[in-house]
Every structure is written in C-alpha cells, then in structure tokens.
Design a protein around this ligand. Structure first.
Ligand SMILES: [Mg+2]
Length: 155
C-alpha cells in the first residue's frame, strides 16, 4: 500500500498539547510557521508522536510505501525532512507544495500524484476536502492513535 502522512499534528507533536488547539484552527499552523519566531520555537520543541512513529516504522518494514505530504513553505520542507531523519522516522519520498499552491490544492494534488491508498491528516477541513475530491483514497482524519486502526491491521 502507499500511505501518505501529514507531519505537523500527526507525526510531529507540539509541546503542552498545543497540537490539539492548533488542529481546530485551519491555517494557524501556517501562520505560526510563517513567523520567524513561531517557526523557530515550534521546530525546536516539536517531538515525534511515539505511537505514530512506531506505526510508520512497522508499515515501512512490511514494505508499504510511506510518502510525506506536508504543507511546509520555504526552508520548512528541508527542515521537516531533516527532522524526520534525525528522529528516525522512515519514509520513501517527501513532497513539496508548488509556488502559490493552497494547502488543500497541494495535498489533493500530491495524494493523487503519489497514488496514495491512505492519507493521514489532522486538520478537519483538509481531511474532509481531500476525502470529497479523491473518493478512491481512504483519508484518515487523525485525532488520536485509535483513528489509525485500519493502518495497524496492515503493519
Ligand atoms: Mg497537520
């Protein structure tokens, strides 16, 4: 299977449970990440969700393809890739948004181009939008590890 993962709010967790708050506000991640101070603080303190990381390791070792689809702008993409490597999260490919692409537009294009069977996304509006546009794909709206039961069966 080809499984796409969002990074922030799925693989990466913010300290103090901030990801739960940020998840509810569409675009707030991007506002934070666009501000130099916000990006610095977040990138310094984010840490991998242990359950999600273990699941990805297990899926990858079983031969499933892991695609990273994160709306990271500027050097955020490179930083996200470095962070994944540093934290031992295996993946086969990481995609980047094109200039001017909006988050939903980018994620729909990337999920379709990469032929993902599954896509894991934490923001409700994005999860719903991708699911409506790409009905062939099983979009998992991630809030807690229980939401990943379909992937656990593959691991
Ligand atoms: Mg996210």
């Amino acid at each position: 299977m080809i499984i796409g993962f969002d990074v922030d709010g799925v693989i990466a967790t913010a300290p103090l449970g901030l990801h739960n708050l940020l998840r509810k506000f569409q675009g707030l991640w991007n506002v934070i990440l666009k501000s130099p101070m916000g990006a610095l603080v977040y990138r310094h303190f984010r840490f991998p969700d242990k359950d999600v990381k273990n699941l990805i390791c297990s899926l990858h070792s079983k031969g499933h393809t892991i695609i990273i689809i994160t709306y990271a702008l500027g050097d955020g993409q490179k930083k996200a890739v470095e962070w994944l490597k540093k934290n031992g999260v295996p993946f086969d490919k990481a995609t980047a948004p094109k200039r001017g692409e909006k988050p939903l537009e980018f994620k729909c294009r990337a999920v379709a181009e990469e032929n993902c069977d599954f896509f894991v996304e934490d923001q409700d509006i994005l999860a719903q939008g991708i699911s409506e546009k790409l009905q062939r794909v099983q979009v998992i709206h991630y809030r807690s590890v229980e939401d990943l039961s379909a992937l656990k069966e593959l691991s």
